[in-house]
Write a protein that binds this ligand. Structure first.
Ligand code: 0PR
Length: 361
């Protein structure tokens, strides 16, 4: 049988991932809790308590200290569950439920719509954020949720969350904010994105992205426990009597590492990381512009730049893990492992390639 590589990749050339090296404290906690299951809180009490601690810490980060929620497998599960909350809440009111989201909503909402049998209506953007007029045109009396994105996957842009929450309230729908990636950088910006600044009902925020926890550690949060009650399923033979999560057995490692990361880094460590990542984003944007590439201004630490196809292909051949946006820009996500020295190597490779081939800049 062919031998398969047993070591994980290193992060030295990973430019477009939203995963990163977990903080050492998070790595250590994950290892200690590998064989625990927060899905059975009666048996695994310690990790169940840690999960409540994780939610409390997330509550501080999102401006709602007594927030309800749980540690999910990731942003996809949290988004699916948020749509499920809305669907179940309005089950008796509407036969054709729809969710209205700006076009840059993550593809997990398409999964949610498919699994839950709701219609997903997307509205065009203007200047990389939700166009409020277009959203208004899509909502109606069958709308169960309006989605806002706080840190879009491709460009790191933030929708006008208070305005979207108002639109949701006008039609009696819930407002869900997807801050899966942005949630750990937005507290240090002036954006209105959280429960304190708008009538947000549910939110996705993932410790396993900018939170520097081990995978899997996502977060689903809700303004109150009654929202989670919409998800409750009886569990007759467990010591606990019901479950609100989508998956059954869950990762205690993810929960413990999320707590360890947040206790270590909130708020000062995350603040420093945000400043460093944002400075790196602006540094790279400038370097790329002076090399003739058009760059989408990085509002949060994600840089998207138009690069010649041949440049991108050659960078990939040289080992850089670089993805492209839907409109083909190269996209660099300033995760904690993407530091200045790595970016210097990246830019130096770009210069090399420009020199080697006469690529039109
Ligand atoms: N919401 C937003 C705004 C996201 O960016 C993502 C993932 C999700 C939800 C879904 O989160 P999970 O993947 O945790 O379920 N965004 C990244 C993406 O789709 C995920 C990713 C992570 C991709 C690491 C590649 C990678 O190497 O691009």
């Amino acid at each position: 049988m062919q031998r398969v590589e047993q070591d994980p990749q290193d992060f030295g050339q990973v430019l477009s991932s939203m995963c990163t090296e977990p903080h050492p404290a998070a790595r250590d906690a994950a290892e200690r809790f590998l064989a625990t299951n927060p899905g059975d809180p009666g048996t695994y009490e310690t990790v169940a308590k840690l999960e409540r601690r994780a939610v409390d810490l997330l509550g501080e980060i999102v401006g709602l200290p007594d927030v309800a929620g749980y540690v999910a497998s990731g942003g996809t599960e949290a988004n699916i569950q948020a749509v499920r909350i809305a669907r179940n809440r309005f089950e008796t009111d509407t036969r054709n439920p729809n969710v209205v989201a700006p076009q840059h909503a993550h593809f997990s909402f398409w999964k949610a719509a498919d699994v839950l049998g709701v219609e997903l209506r997307t509205a065009p953007l203007s200047n990389y954020t939700a166009n409020l007029e277009a959203i208004k045109q899509q909502v109606d009396e069958d709308t169960i949720a309006v989605v806002g994105v706080a840190g879009s996957t491709e460009y790191g842009r933030v929708d006008d969350i208070p305005a979207l929450a108002d639109i949701a309230a006008d039609v009696g729908a819930l407002c869900h904010v997807d801050a899966a990636w942005g949630g750990f950088v937005l507290p240090f910006t002036s954006h209105d994105w959280n429960f304190a600044s708008a009538d947000v009902d549910t939110m996705t925020i993932d410790p396993h992205k900018m939170g520097q926890a081990a995978v899997p550690a996502g977060g689903l949060l809700a303004r109150g426990p009654e929202f989670l009650d919409e998800l409750a399923i009886d569990t007759p033979y467990l010591e606990s009597t019901s479950q609100v999560t989508l998956t059954g057995t869950r990762s205690g490692a993810g929960v413990a590492s999320a707590v360890a990361a947040m206790e270590t880094l909130w708020p000062d460590g995350y603040r420093e990381q945000y400043y460093e990542s944002q400075a790196n984003a602006e540094w790279l944007a400038k370097k790329l512009r002076t090399r003739g590439c058009e760059v989408v201004p990085p509002v949060l630490p994600i840089v998207a730049a138009d690069m010649p196809d041949r440049l991108i292909d050659t960078l990939r051949d040289r080992g850089w893990r670089l993805s492209r946006t839907g409109t083909d820009e190269a996209r660099v996500v300033m995760m904690p492992h993407v530091d200045r020295s790595m970016l210097r190597e990246f830019v130096s490779d770009i210069d090399d390639i420009f020199a080697e081939f006469d690529i039109g800049r």
